[in-house]
Design a protein around this ligand. Structure first.
Ligand SMILES: Nc1ncnc2c1ncn2[C@@H]1O[C@H](COP(=O)(O)OP(=O)(O)OP(=O)(O)O)[C@@H](O)[C@H]1O
Ligand SMILES: [Mg+2]
Length: 456
């Protein structure tokens, strides 16, 4: 029972949900278009309602009344005709009709009335005039509301001894000129729309500007931005600026702190080395010297990491040229390297930071592979650079670890190589500060593929 009930209740809800989805898919997505719709829709609805009521009530009521007048005049003419048979040549009748009632009357010989013309379906005048005449007249009649292209309405009444032909103007029986009302409403709508459009444009521009500023900040580029527009938009703008300041301050603080720590460590290491130099030569001292050397390298790398790319200004940079430089470099070391670039190579980045990032990735590939492929593609939205090698690669479960500072996969056998394990951490930091990302995958060459994406 409850199942049946829920089925019955669920059906309209499903229909409603489908309708909502359908509407959602068709609604304009932009704020500007939506705001315009919010303004236009009520105007259109209001005007439709007003037009409907106007036609239904006012127009019909006026036509009713005007037709009733004409019908009354016709009845009066018929009455005069019948009441004054002594009227010579119907001179009085013609005079009263022409001067007082403003209609033309002619007496035609008695003959059957013409067959009625097919009526146009929408003719309000035909309908109302026929109705009013049949109320007023006891005689058969015939009407033609559109004789030729004239502005006249013809009415014929079959009397006992003659046919009465009456000509009145359409405007006497019919509320015309209604189109002026529609022209005025349409014109008003156009004017309102024009005003609404220009106002809306001004309201939405600050929102778009805020969105652009936030986007640029995410890509690590600085844009001049000043909150403007309506109070709420200005509030959002001010909040964004405050957030931006806080983020910048946090980065600055981190950099200063790391700088300080590394600097202090370097001083101690220098003192250490000095003491070691003064010590007598021994296997132990040699071991220690090696350790201290490694420590020094790590601190240097850390300092470089801490310095980050702070202060460097983003500029339009030719990345094709940068990659070509790296390619030539690796070639010189006897490693076969190919480069292909498609799309616009100039994008706005911090050149030294990006150089460091790419050098790091290519350096890794160089160390592990015999062949390197550099493939870059700018599709207008983002620049993607693949760095492929045919080395051993990194197993899936250790790829995330490889990004950790000071992490080296081959810790055990590579104690004495010159690497600190900071390269990928720094590279990812640089990519992210540009609003981009680095990912490690399996390369089609068999080794590791490092993919860098940078927003354009
Ligand atoms: N192309 C690659 N093929 C195989 N292993 C890789 C590759 N690139 C990086 N790795 C592994 O990931 C680890 C981390 O790389 P990362 O660049 O961060 O440090 P590093 O190269 O050892 O040191 P640094 O770059 O600071 O000189 C490396 O030690 C290596 O084990
Ligand atoms: Mg490296």
């Amino acid at each position: 029972m409850s199942y049946v009930l829920s089925g019955v209740v669920g059906a309209p809800r499903r229909v409603w949900r489908r309708l909502a989805l359908w509407l959602h898919a068709r609604m304009p997505k932009g704020l500007y278009a939506r705001a315009l719709l919010i303004v236009i829709l009520p105007i259109v609805l209001l005007q439709s309602a007003v037009a409907y009521v106007f036609i239904e009530r006012y127009w019909e009521a006026i036509t009713d009344r005007l037709s009733a007048h004409v019908a009354r005049d016709v009845a009066a003419v018929v009455d005069i005709y019948k009441s004054f048979p002594q009227d010579e040549g119907h001179a009085i009748l013609s005079r009263i009709a022409a001067f007082d009632l403003n209609i033309q009357v002619a007496i035609l010989p008695k003959e059957p009335l013409p067959t009625p013309e097919p009526k146009p379906f929408f003719s309000l005048l035909d309908r109302t005039l026929s109705r009013e005449l049949s109320h007023r007249l006891a005689h058969p009649f015939w009407i033609d509301t559109s004789i030729g292209n004239t502005n006249l309405v013809e009415i014929r009444v079959a009397l006992d001894d003659a046919n009465l032909q009456i000509l009145a103007t359409r405007t006497q029986a019919y509320a015309s000129n209604t189109h002026i009302f529609f022209i005025w409403t349409a014109l008003a709508a156009v004017v309102i729309l024009a005003i609404a459009t220009s106002f809306l444009r001004n309201q939405i521009r600050p929102i778009l500007r805020l969105a652009r500023a936030a986007e640029e900040f995410g890509k690590g580029r600085d844009v001049a931005f000043r909150p403007r527009g309506a109070r709420e938009v200005r509030q959002a703008g001010a909040a964004f600026l405050e957030m931006k300041r806080r983020v910048e301050r946090a980065i600055e603080q981190r950099t200063t702190m790391l700088n300080g720590v590394s600097h202090d460590l370097r001083t101690i290491i220098t003192r250490f080395k000095l003491s070691l130099a003064l010590m007598a030569e021994s296997a132990e001292a040699a071991e220690m010297r090696k350790d201290v050397d490694e420590m020094e390298r790590m601190v240097e790398a850390y300092l470089a990491f801490a310095r980050g790319d702070g202060g460097e200004a983003p500029t339009a940079t030719d990345l094709d040229a940068m990659l070509e430089e790296l390619r030539a470099d690796t070639e010189r070391r006897g490693i076969e390297t190919r480069l292909s670039f498609s799309g616009n190579p100039r994008i706005v980045v911090r050149p030294a930071g990006i150089k460091r990032l790419l050098a790091n990735l290519v350096g890794n590939a160089q160390r592990y592979g015999k062949h390197i492929d550099l493939t870059a593609k700018n599709d207008g939205k983002a620049l993607t650079i693949h760095i492929d090698d045919d080395g051993p690669g990194i197993p899936v479960e250790r790829r995330e670890d490889a990004f950790r500072p000071f992490y080296r996969l081959e810790e055990a056998r590579n104690q004495d190589n010159a690497n600190t394990g900071l390269g990928l951490a720094i590279a990812r930091d640089i990519a992210r500060s540009h609003g981009g990302e680095i990912e490690l995958e399996r390369s089609p060459l068999g080794g590791l593929r490092a993919s860098v994406t940078l927003p354009v």
